[in-house]
Design a protein around this ligand. Structure first.
Ligand code: MN
Length: 277
């Protein structure tokens, strides 16, 4: 697993209060507690996150753990107060190989997590291919279980959180299609963006997608930060909305598909591919 750069905290975004959010037993009930902990010391690169996830699952604690850019390990945990106490005791000790110098704990609002996840690690590749066919659109593809789940986005993705972009779910593609660029029968394709993504939100990935509300963080060359896909109409060609979440990578007022048309593979824009082949 690799660290993916600047720490984002999509969980804090109030935009992601989707209808599919589960009702957690930990939601503000008496005897429950939610904390943010910051663990300092020799805590990164020693299996701290995996050990924390295992301990949290044993204890029935929900939330996440991630490596922060300053060398600390950050934890969000919610559950029964006694289980939270036990997790804090674990964090103060750390797994073998760790040397915990200090642990700070703040009580926070319960967020309704349904899993305990390791954050800041890749969930797979993503690609956005700009595609001129009978219509012009952008194909957003996320790697899930060995295939590329795909959505055709007619207007393309936006970094402006106020725009909800229609995204029509289309057939899965193979990973070998991710690098495809060039003319096609009656059109063409360019690799408009690519990179890795990590899961976000409160629901396990990819179950969140099956339930119709996926939150993920893109680490591309053009698209960065948290996004949400919200299914609005099921059926044979499910319709979704793609929305940029409000975080440090949001660019209100921007039009990224117009401003950055060049292929991340070749530097050519789609109209050049269509003109020159
Ligand atoms: Mn397409």
């Amino acid at each position: 697993m690799c660290h993916l750069g600047p720490t984002l905290d999509p969980e804090l975004d109030p935009v992601d209060r989707g209808p599919d959010r589960g009702v957690s037993a930990a939601r503000g009930l008496p005897g429950t507690r939610a904390i943010r902990a910051v663990v300092g010391g020799t805590v990164q690169g020693v299996g701290f996150r995996e050990a924390t996830r295992r301990r949290a699952r044993e204890l029935g604690v929900l939330g996440w753990v991630r490596n922060a850019d300053d060398g600390t390990v950050a934890v969000h945990a919610e559950g029964p107060s006694s289980a939270i106490e036990a997790l804090i005791a674990f964090l103060r000790e750390g797994p073998p190989g760790a040397a915990v110098a200090d642990v700070s704990v703040d009580d926070v609002r319960t967020e309704g997590h349904e899993q305990f996840a390791v954050r800041g690690v890749s969930a797979g590749t993503f690609v956005v291919q700009e595609h001129a066919a009978t219509s012009h659109h952008f194909d957003l593809r996320l790697e899930v279980d060995g295939v590329m789940r795909s959505w055709a986005v007619p207007k393309g993705p936006s970094l402006d959180p106020s725009f909800k972009r229609l995204a029509v779910q289309v057939a899965d593609h193979g990973l070998d299609h991710n690098a495809f660029e060039g003319p096609t029968d009656g059109g063409g394709v360019v690799v408009w963006d690519r990179g890795h993504y990590e899961q976000g939100g409160r629901v396990a990935w990819p179950e969140a997608l099956e339930r119709g509300h996926g939150v993920f963080v893109l680490h591309g060359e053009k698209l960065r930060g948290g996004f949400a896909l919200q299914r609005t109409r099921p059926g044979p060609k499910p319709r979704w909305l793609l929305v940029k979440r409000r975080d440090g990578e949001a660019r209100p007022g921007s039009d990224v598909v117009a401003e950055q048309p060049a292929s991340v593979l070749s530097g050519r824009a789609l109209d050049e591919v269509l003109r020159d082949g």
